[in-house]
Design a protein around this ligand. Structure first.
Ligand code: C2E
Ligand code: CA
Ligand code: CA
Length: 831
């Protein structure tokens, strides 16, 4: 900066010296303006400055042309120079109180531009102060030259500070010079009046008026474009941080309207077959009526054929047609493209309250907005679809468990506000499994779709039918439903009585339903579903097709004792067994391990899931024999697969109670010995609660297990309380991210972030990361991207009998064949 000041000063001095070498004749006119009057005039122009907006700063330029013009003709060059430096110096130092450096810079600049102006006047004007076209031209050009020096030096300085060229440097230079010329022409007015009579003054006056007008317009559009650019940047920043919110569309509309200063903005989506048009008029977003939207869409498409954004002014029939349909006089239209396809358009109609209509730069601006918005809008539409998937069952299109839970929660909230009743029902189809097994899955799927449509048409108002999975449906009945829950349930069951026809097979179905009422049977959705499930099992095993929950059918109550007694016998009678669920290496898409899940094949109640009887077993000390049994079956299964050439691992779940069992390491060692399985093929899954309950003891036992060579895994990670840092203290080799995160990972950015962070941390701790409960291919892919190496869930397979696993592997991966003698044995079991 200092060197620039010095440079300017040197330029000024050199030029001044050059001028002094050939001094001009003194002004012959009797009128001679003393230097101090000029100084005051220059001081005045310095106070009254003209601001231009460049970058983030506003720069001011003084319009000193009028005193300049007079001084050329009515004063000595040295008076002009002194006045030109002293006048502004007083203002800068006393009135503006600028810093020393800034004052120095401004003074040097003024010094330099004055000497340049004098030089130009001398060279072009010929050094005389006589009147005539040559002198006047010289004077005007001298003023322009001074302004050019100012602007060029200023833009160099700004470039230095901002590290980038000032916005449209050339345009701002042009408009600044135009302005200087215009004010110089104004300065000519008193001159011409003084010398040639008032009538001649009209010429420079009109000329300067015209130039000022153009100058203003150029400046106005320049500053417009500049603030538009800034807004555009913040707009795209906004879109990039919030690409998943519902307000992408309103934000695009508002920004397009504001940036182009239009009366209205519209987003058109060229759907197939219908076009949707959202319109924003400054107060609200509305959609156009379907017919009009289609017509507008067609007209817009015609205008956008193979072009980028266009300015529609109605000078051809296509343009007029579009303007008539959209009720506008003028419009800018830009295509929204995605993957090279035009998927819609953005339009802005009629410039707001300005004489100036849209210009080419508005077209360019809308094009830019459109390309930023395309991606964001596309994402939103994609997310809309994912959201639909997340809330609906893919097979039947019915609401799924997530949506049912959300709706039930809303109903529960209403209930708490004192509004009406609410009931949940679970319904299971009798005989569906037989259909599926004998006639095949496609018949089963078709049947489920028919069941779904019968149930939805039979459901009265205020009733939501959802599919929970398999042949299990749930029904939410809210206060709006006029009939009693049992009546509704019976109506739904009745709708299934009529024969179904699937691929020419006539099929008969019936259902069993259980109902739980809020708030009597529970205040949370999960409690209500649990109780409805219990009631449904009672219905299956009883004479009534529909049972409302009662405490006497609940295992927690009356039949609890008997079931506990039964469990003890069931373990010894072989009713308790395991099923296995495959664990898949997500990068190679191959099975690497399995998880053993306990099942109780109850002679009356059917196959019972662990959630039903594990709590009993834990309370009753039965967990030790149960774990022993599961371990034995699991190790046996794993050893037999290994013998068949399928060398994979198996995981066994441990209850918190099991870790209080000091005999556990021995039990594990015995099982491994008995079946001859290498210990590293066995993984034991523990949960965080284990560690919390009796940390020292549990940690000691875990260390013993590790010494045996078995692997340890932390199950259901994310549901407990332990922090991530806690992980490093556990002797584990694997981490299983809980299903609740996995199921939401696609539409919850929060869950995605958690899964990503957990996977990162686990990698740092050298832990294998397993994602459980994967139900969709897209989830599996995303989890792999997030860093999970292994996955399991219904997308890959539901749990199956261990003997079925080799066959499952073979169907999935025909390259693998069981080898060795046990092959025949395995296939025999399967058959
Ligand atoms: P877990 O260890 O988290 O096991 C996974 C559970 O999620 C299993 O339910 C499995 O069938 C189910 N599952 C797997 N993939 C999916 C999926 O994609 N979607 C859905 N919705 N569910 C999926 P299951 O067999 O009912 O087991 C429930 C829990 O019971 C297990 O949760 C585990 O904590 C416990 N458990 C199971 N077997 C044993 C055992 O032998 N001993 C002990 N102590 N606990 C066991
Ligand atoms: Ca588990
Ligand atoms: Ca789990």
């Amino acid at each position: 900066m200092l060197s620039l000041v010095a440079l300017l000063a040197v330029i000024g001095i050199v030029l001044w010296a050059g001028l002094q070498a050939h001094p001009p004749e003194p002004p012959e006119d009797s009128l001679r303006i003393p230097w101090w009057v000029l100084a005051m005039a220059f001081a005045a122009t310095e106070v009254w400055v003209f601001h231009i907006q460049v970058g983030r700063e506003s720069k001011s330029i003084s319009i000193s042309e009028i005193p300049f013009m007079l001084a050329f003709f009515y004063s000595l060059p040295e008076d002009l120079l002194i006045a030109r430096v002293v006048g502004p110096a007083l203002v800068i130092l006393l009135y503006r109180r600028q810093t020393l450096l800034k004052s120095g810079f401004n003074m040097a600049l003024i010094f330099a531009d004055t000497t340049v102006a004098l030089l130009v006047f001398r060279v072009i004007g010929g050094g005389s102060t006589a009147d005539g076209a040559r002198e006047w031209t010289g004077a005007v050009l001298a003023c322009v030259a001074a302004m050019a020096v100012d602007l060029i030096v200023l833009s160099i300085v700004i470039r230095w500070y901002d590290g980038k060229p000032p916005v449209s440097g050339v345009r701002s230079l042009a408009s600044g010079l135009g302005l200087a010329a215009a004010s110089a022409l104004i300065g000519l007015v008193p001159l011409v009046t003084l010398r040639g009579g008032a009538e001649h003054a009209a010429v420079p006056l009109i000329a300067s008026g015209v130039m000022l007008m153009f100058g203003y317009r150029a400046y106005a559009s320049l500053s417009d474009r500049h603030s538009s650019l800034e807004q555009l940047f913040s707009f795209s920043r906004e879109l990039s941080v919030a690409p998943e919110t519902d307000d992408v569309l309103p934000s695009v509309l508002a920004q397009a309207r504001e940036l182009l200063r239009g009366e209205r903005a519209e987003v058109l989506r060229f759907g197939d077959p219908a076009v949707t048009v959202w319109r924003f008029d400054g107060t609200q977003v509305s959609t156009l009526d379907a017919d009009l939207a289609n017509d507008c869409g067609e007209a817009a498409r015609a205008l956008l054929q193979e072009t980028d954004a266009v300015l529609v002014r109605g000078d051809d029939s296509a343009g007029r047609h579009y303007l008539r349909l959209s009720g506008a006089d003028e419009a800018v239209l830009a295509p929204l493209s995605y993957d090279g396809q035009t998927v819609g358009a953005i339009a802005v109609h009629d410039r707001l309250g300005e004489v100036r209509g849209f210009s080419a730069s508005d077209v360019q601006l809308l094009q830019t907005i459109a390309s930023h918005a395309s991606v964001a809008l596309h994402n939103e539409m994609l997310i809309g679809r994912l959201r639909h998937d997340a809330l609906h069952d893919t097979l039947t299109g019915l609401p799924n468990r997530a949506q049912l839970t959300a709706k039930a929660n809303l109903a529960l909230a209403d209930l708490r506000m004192g509004a009406g009743t609410m009931a949940l029902m679970i319904m299971d189809l009798n005989g569906f499994k037989v259909v599926n097994d004998t006639l095949g899955h496609h018949v089963g799927d078709d049947l489920l779709r028919q069941v779904a449509s019968r149930l939805t048409s039979a459901a009265p108002r205020g009733v939501t039918v959802a599919r929970l999975g398999g042949d299990e449906f749930a029904v939410l009945m809210t206060a709006q439903a006029t009939e009693k829950p049992e009546e509704i349930a019976l109506g739904l069951l009745e709708s299934l009585e009529e024969t179904f026809v699937v691929e020419e097979e006539r099929l008969h179905l019936s259902g069993a339903a259980g109902i739980a009422l809020a708030p009597d049977h529970g205040r949370s959705v999960s409690d209500l579903l649990k109780r409805a499930d219990i009631a449904m099992y009672a219905a299956k095993n009883g004479a009534e097709p529909c049972v409302v929950y009662r405490s006497d059918i609940d295992l927690n109550d009356a039949s609890l004792l008997s079931l506990m007694g039964e469990l003890r016998e069931a373990i010894s009678a072989g009713e308790v067994d395991i099923e296995v669920e495959p664990l898949i290496d997500l990068s190679r898409n191959r099975i690497v391990s399995t998880e053993a899940l306990v099942r109780w094949h109850h002679p009356v109640r059917g196959t019972l899931r662990p959630s039903l009887f594990l709590p009993l077993a834990e309370r009753n000390g039965l967990i030790v024999p149960l774990t022993t049994l599961v371990l034995d079956r699991a190790v046996a299964a794993c050893a037999s697969w290994r013998e068949a050439g399928l060398d994979i691992g198996i995981s066994v779940n441990l209850s918190a109670r099991s870790l209080l069992d000091t005999m556990l390491p021995q039990t594990v060692a015995d099982a491994l010995d008995r079946w001859g399985l290498p210990s590293n093929r066995l993984t034991l899954e523990i949960t965080e609660t284990i560690v919390l309950s009796d940390a020292d003891r549990a940690l000691g036992l875990l260390a013993d297990l590790r010494r045996l060579g078995v692997r340890l895994s932390l199950d259901d990670f994310g549901t407990g309380y332990s922090s991530l840092t806690h992980l490093s203290e556990l002797p584990i080799q694997q981490l299983k991210i809980d299903r609740s995160f996995v199921s939401q990972v696609q539409d919850s950015p929060r869950d995605r972030a958690i899964v990503g962070a957990v996977a990162d941390l686990a990698r740092n701790l050298d832990l294998e990361v397993v994602a459980e409960g994967i139900e969709k291919a897209s989830t599996a892919a995303l989890l792999h991207d997030l860093g999970c190496q292994v996955g399991q869930g219904h997308f890959f397979a539901e749990s199956m009998a261990p003997e079925l696993l080799p066959l499952w592997v073979q169907t999935r991966d025909p390259g693998w064949t069981p080898s060795g003698p046990p092959r025949g044995h395995l296939l025999r079991v399967v058959r």
